[in-house]
Write a protein that binds this ligand. Structure first.
Ligand code: SF4
Length: 380
C-alpha cells in the first residue's frame, strides 16, 4: 500500500491539516456573505454533518465585517469550525481577511494579475507583472506570518494568469510555475504556513498537475499540505464520479491532506460524498464497510434486499460501525471474495444464509427472514 506523502502540519483555527492529522473534509457556503443569518445556518448544518473547515467568499471590504459577524455568531453557538476567507482579485481584501479569518485562500492567477490583460507578453512585461504579484505577496505573507494565520495558495487551471499561459501553456507545467512564483516569496520571508491546491474541472489535468507539483515539491523539500478538489464538477452521479476519480487517484498515491468535493447542489451533500471517497480509499472510516457481490445465476436469495436491510439497520448499531461486512450470493467464490471481512453472510443453494466470522461458520442455514435478528444477536 502506498504510504501517505509526508507534509508539515498547518493549524487552521482549532484543527491541524497535514502531518499525521486525518485527511480533513471541507466545504463552502453558497450564499452571499452579507447574509449573516443564512451563512450561520448553513455552516451549523455543515458542521453537524461532519464538515471540518468551511470557506466563505469575501468579495468586498464590507464582506470582511460580515465574515467576522458570522464567526462571532458561530462562537456564541459553540460551533468551533475553522473559517476560511476566499479572496480573488484583491490583495487589499486578502490583507484585511487575515485579521478575521482562520485561513485566507488566494488565487495565484488573479491575486494581482488581470485576467483581461492583452497578450502577447514580452519578457519585460512578464517580469513587471510577476514583480507586482511578488510585491503584494511579500506584504501578505509577512502579515500572515505576524498574525500566525495560514494561507492557501490556490492554483486553478481555469484562472491561470494570462502571462503564465502565454509563457508556459495552460497545462500542468503552467500550474506548477504559477505556484512556484508564490513559493519563492514565501521562502524569502520564511513563511511556511501554506496549503497548496492544484484544481481543474478536467479530472486528468487535475491529477497531472498535482502529481507534477508533488514531484517538484519533493525535489525542493516543499512539505506544504495539499488540498484536493475538482472544480466545477456539476451535480448528480457524474459530478460524484469525477470527484471520486480525481481526488481518489491522488489519495491512492498517498497525496492529499484535505479535500473539497464541489457540487452544484446543497453544500451539505458534499460532505457525504467526501466521507465516501475517504472511506473507499481506505484513509478514513465513517461507518461499516460493506463488500457485496453483484449476484448472478448462482444466487438463491434476494441479495439486494438483504444488503439494503443490513445497511439501513446496522448503521444505527454503535458496535457495528467499524466492521467490514461481506454479503455474498453464494459459496462458489463467496469466502474468498469476502476478503478480509470481519463477517460474511453467504447464500446457500436452498435459499438460506450462513454467517461466518473471520472465515469460520458461526450460524448455518439461517432463513432469510431471520438474518438481521440472528446477525445482531451475534454482534451484541
Ligand atoms: S459470489 Fe456467487 S453469487 Fe455472487 S457473483 Fe460470485 S458466483 Fe455469483
Amino acid at each position: 500500500m502506498t504510504k501517505r506523502r509526508q507534509t508539515r502540519e498547518v493549524t487552521i483555527g482549532n484543527i491541524g491539516v497535514g502531518g499525521t492529522n486525518d485527511i480533513r473534509i471541507q466545504s463552502m457556503t453558497n450564499i452571499p456573505t452579507r447574509n449573516v443569518e443564512g451563512n450561520v445556518y448553513q455552516i451549523c448544518k455543515l458542521f453537524e454533518c461532519g464538515c471540518e473547515i468551511v470557506r466563505l467568499a469575501v468579495t468586498t471590504l464590507a464582506d470582511v465585517k460580515f465574515f467576522a459577524e458570522i464567526g462571532k455568531a458561530l462562537r456564541a453557538k459553540n460551533i468551533p469550525i475553522p473559517m476560511v476567507a476566499d479572496v480573488h482579485f484583491s490583495p487589499a481584501i486578502a490583507l484585511d481577511c487575515l485579521e478575521v479569518a482562520d485561513k485566507v485562500r488566494i488565487n495565484a492567477g488573479n491575486f494581482s494579475d488581470k485576467l483581461s490583460t492583452i497578450q502577447p507578453f514580452s519578457d519585460d512585461e512578464f517580469l513587471v507583472e510577476k514583480g507586482k504579484l511578488q510585491k503584494y505577496l511579500r506584504l501578505f505573507f509577512q502579515r500572515a506570518k505576524n498574525l500566525k494565520k495560514p494561507v492557501r495558495i490556490g492554483i486553478n487551471h481555469g484562472s491561470l494568469a494570462p502571462r503564465i499561459i502565454y509563457k508556459f501553456g495552460n497545462r500542468d507545467t503552467a500550474m506548477w510555475e504559477s505556484a512556484k512564483e508564490c513559493l519563492e516569496v514565501a521562502e524569502e520571508v520564511q513563511f511556511e504556513d501554506i496549503v497548496l491546491s492544484f484544481k481543474a474541472s478536467d479530472t486528468r489535468e487535475m491529477i497531472a498537475a498535482n502529481r507534477l507539483a508533488c514531484s517538484k515539491l519533493d525535489e525542493i523539500g516543499g512539505r506544504y499540505p495539499i488540498h484536493l478538489g475538482i472544480t466545477e464538477s456539476g451535480n448528480g452521479d457524474y459530478a460524484r464520479i469525477k470527484s471520486a476519480i480525481g481526488i481518489g487517484s491522488l489519495l491512492a498515491d498517498g497525496v492529499g491532506d484535505t479535500i473539497r468535493v464541489s457540487l452544484t447542489e446543497d453544500p451539505i451533500k458534499e460532505i457525504e460524498v467526501a466521507k465516501n471517497i475517504l472511506q473507499a480509499c481506505g484513509v478514513r472510516r465513517y461507518g461499516i464497510e460493506f463488500i457485496a457481490c453483484p449476484s448472478c445465476g448462482r444466487t438463491s436469495y434476494d441479495i439486494q434486499a438483504v444488503l439494503g436491510e443490513l445497511k439501513t439497520k446496522l448503521e444505527k448499531i454503535p458496535n457495528a460501525r467499524n466492521l467490514k461486512i461481506a454479503v455474498m450470493g453464494c459459496m462458489v467464490n463467496g469466502l474468498g471474495e469476502a476478503g478480509n471481512a470481519d463477517f460474511a453472510i453467504i447464500g446457500n443453494p436452498n435459499g438460506t444464509l450462513s454467517i461466518y466470522q473471520n472465515k469460520k461458520c458461526i450460524a448455518k442455514n439461517v432463513p432469510r427472514a431471520k438474518i438481521y435478528k440472528t446477525f445482531t444477536k451475534i454482534l451484541n
